[in-house]
Design a protein around this ligand. Structure first.
Ligand code: ADP
Ligand code: MG
Length: 585
């Protein structure tokens, strides 16, 4: 088979009709899973595709399915199984868009909750592609209202989700009933044992296509973490939402119960939020999702599993209310924002005992997650006021029917109030009351921290040295062992929120990832010595060095990065072999 990376859809040898539809849909180039998956499926092999949510898996199987349908026949030729009604509808709509110029091609979504009689009527008229949930497909099979003798392609979409939802038996009996010589395609975000066993039983010498995760973390996502006391997490979250004006956002947490708690807490504070987790019935899920998509709800709180089955993109941000137990989940979570060239924010709220999990995520993704400064109460009131002023001036400028309200002020004056009082009262009503349940100093778990410039002292230091990074600033006149926040933040910790500019080293510097860390007893001077000596660059040009347990980030001047990589890769520091790489941002 071919594993080349195709740059354009036309290189994939697709028909004109599909190319035209793709063009209209605004798809410029195939995503990685499409570039590799489409040729594999088109050549007729069984295929296992593993890629995260939102990577374009639908078109990866949808296009080849469309290419292989014989329109002159009236029989069902492809069956796609999806975990939920919502996904079945989405997938059939996406395939419908792809099929826009294939006249006469019929696609039907069948799922529980919809009238079975209506479905039977449309199926009778002849359908080429059926997209359905396993339960309802079984139903039709038993009633013999669906015939699969002519099925040539069978797709299991979001297979892991279907298994999580308990569809295993249904899937197996559907598969067992399909014609022997069909082609079987399975897509999943993760590969678990039960999935492997299904593929062993029902797939024939499959081609495995796995899109590596790093392509996906490499997006315009600002990753920042905040050290927060567990009981202050909702407070900090609302501050971040206000500060960064997040208008569509997914909040992730590890348990169903937490979902409910967070939603309640947010609603009490006046934030339009709803939760989604496995205990919701299909109807409730759809309800929640349509409100979110319509923008009525701005915050969706979800568990990892529940979120996997939903399709939302173009989010302003993702908040990790807690740190996931699995590094891969982190990648899935933050991949929900920053899509399609847009920037997104990924904020992680880290309790003291979660810090080590954050570190292992950094090790896994090779991306440095910057530490952020929690916005202060004053910051929040400040941005709220600024937005209020802006919206009032916009109203005045647009000014169509303000005349209607001209006499309101006069009426209030008559009651003895000054203009200032009136405006202040209005502002309070409109902006909402900003609760300040926690003093600014009581949000972070790092007790004594001379907050703003990020410099730490006292008790926080002990913990930090043990389990988080030690940062050494090497440029300028700083003593080598002084520890600072990144200099981009140090310059001005003010409310412009500079601290969130994360993941990027200072201008002109390149951040490198080294496979040695504290457990290797590496000190900053060892690193400086090795790099300066081997790559022959002045030690003082080496920037920040962040040493973690198992790895280290070090900033070097951009122009020297190549030389350092060449000189150091496979070399040793303090006698220990080191691998060095450009850190992912
Ligand atoms: P997955 O099934 O992997 O979660 P989808 O197939 O639902 O992902 O695709 C996610 C979104 O990306 C959809 O809105 C889809 O229309 C869009 N999309 C898919 N492929 C491309 C592409 N090549 N270029 C641009 N957008 C795409
Ligand atoms: Mg999908």
């Amino acid at each position: 088979m071919t594993t080349e990376n195709f740059e354009t859809f036309s290189e994939l040898g697709l028909s004109e009709n599909i190319l035209k539809a793709l063009n209209e849909m605004g798809f410029e180039k195939p995503s990685p899973i499409q570039a590799q998956g489409i040729p594999a499926v088109m050549q007729g092999s069984d295929v296992i595709g593993q890629a995260q949510t939102g990577t374009g898996k639908t078109a990866a199987f949808g296009i080849p399915v469309l290419e292989r349908i014989d329109i002159t026949s009236n029989a069902v030729q492809a069956l796609v199984l999806c975990p939920t009604r919502e996904l079945a509808v989405q997938v059939s709509e996406e395939i419908g868009r792809l099929a826009k110029y294939q006249r006469g091609l019929k696609i039907e979504a069948i799922y529980g909750g919809d009238s079975i009689d209506r479905q039977i009527r449309s199926l009778k008229k002849g359908v080429h592609i059926v997209v359905g949930t396993p339960g309802r497909v079984m139903d039709h099979m038993e009633r013999k209202t669906l015939k699969f003798d002519e099925v040539r392609m069978m797709v299991l979409d979001e297979a892991d989700e279907m298994l999580d939802m308990g569809f295993r038996e249904d899937i197996e009996s559907i598969l067992a009933d399909m014609p022997e010589d069909r082609q079987t395609i399975l897509f999943s975000a993760t590969m678990s044992k039960p999935i492997m066993s299904i593929t062993k039983r029902f797939l024939n010498d499959p081609i495995l296509i796995k899109v590596v995760r790093n392509e996906l973390t490499n997006q315009n996502i600002e990753q920042v973490y905040f050290e927060v006391k567990p009981q202050a997490k909702v407070e900090v979250m609302t501050r971040l939402i206000d500060m960064y004006h997040l208008k569509s956002l997914l909040v992730f947490c590890n348990t169903k119960r937490k979902v409910d708690e967070i939603v309640e807490d947010l609603q009490l504070r006046g934030y339009a939020s709803e939760g989604i987790h496995g205990d919701l019935r299909q109807q409730q899920r759809s309800n929640v999702m349509s409100k979110f998509k319509a923008g009525v709800t701005t915050i969706l709180v979800a568990t990892d599993v529940a979120a996997r089955g939903i399709d939302v993109s173009g989010l302003d941000g993702v908040i990790n209310y807690d740190i996931p137990l699995d590094e891969e989940y982190y990648v899935h979570r933050i991949g929900r924002t920053g899509r399609a060239g847009m920037s997104g924010k990924a904020f992680s709220l880290v309790a003291r005992d979660e810090k080590y999990r954050l570190k292992s995520i950094e090790g896994y993704t090779k991306v440095k997650i910057e530490k952020g400064v929690i916005p202060s109460y004053e910051d929040i009131v400040g941005v709220r006021k600024a937005r209020f002023v802006e919206s009032i001036s916009n109203s005045i400028k647009e000014g169509d029917d303000l005349n209607l309200y001209n006499d309101v002020l006069e009426m209030l004056h008559h009651s003895g109030f000054s203009t200032e009082q009136v405006v202040a009262a209005l502002a309070k009503q409109i902006m909402g009351v900003q609760k300040n349940e926690y003093a600014d100093s009581n949000l972070a778990w790092e007790e004594r921290r001379s907050d703003r410039d990020g410099r730490r002292e006292g008790s926080g230091d002990r913990f930090d040295r043990r389990s988080s990074g030690s940062r050494f600033e090497r440029s300028g006149d700083r003593r080598e062992n002084d520890r600072y926040a990144p200099s981009s933040r140090r310059s001005e910790g003010g409310r412009d929120g500079d601290s969130r500019r994360s993941g990027t080293p200072e201008a002109g510097m390149t951040r490198l990832f080294l496979s040695l860390g504290r457990k290797d007893h590496i000190l900053p001077k060892d690193i400086v010595g090795a790099i300066a000596g081997e790559a022959n660059i002045p030690g003082k040009t080496i920037g920040a060095i962040d040493i973690y347990d198992k790895f280290t980030f070090v900033d070097v001047p951009e122009r020297d990065a190549r030389a350092v990589l060449r000189a150091m890769d496979g070399n040793t520091i303090k006698g220990k072999p080191v691998q060095i790489d450009i850190a992912k941002q």
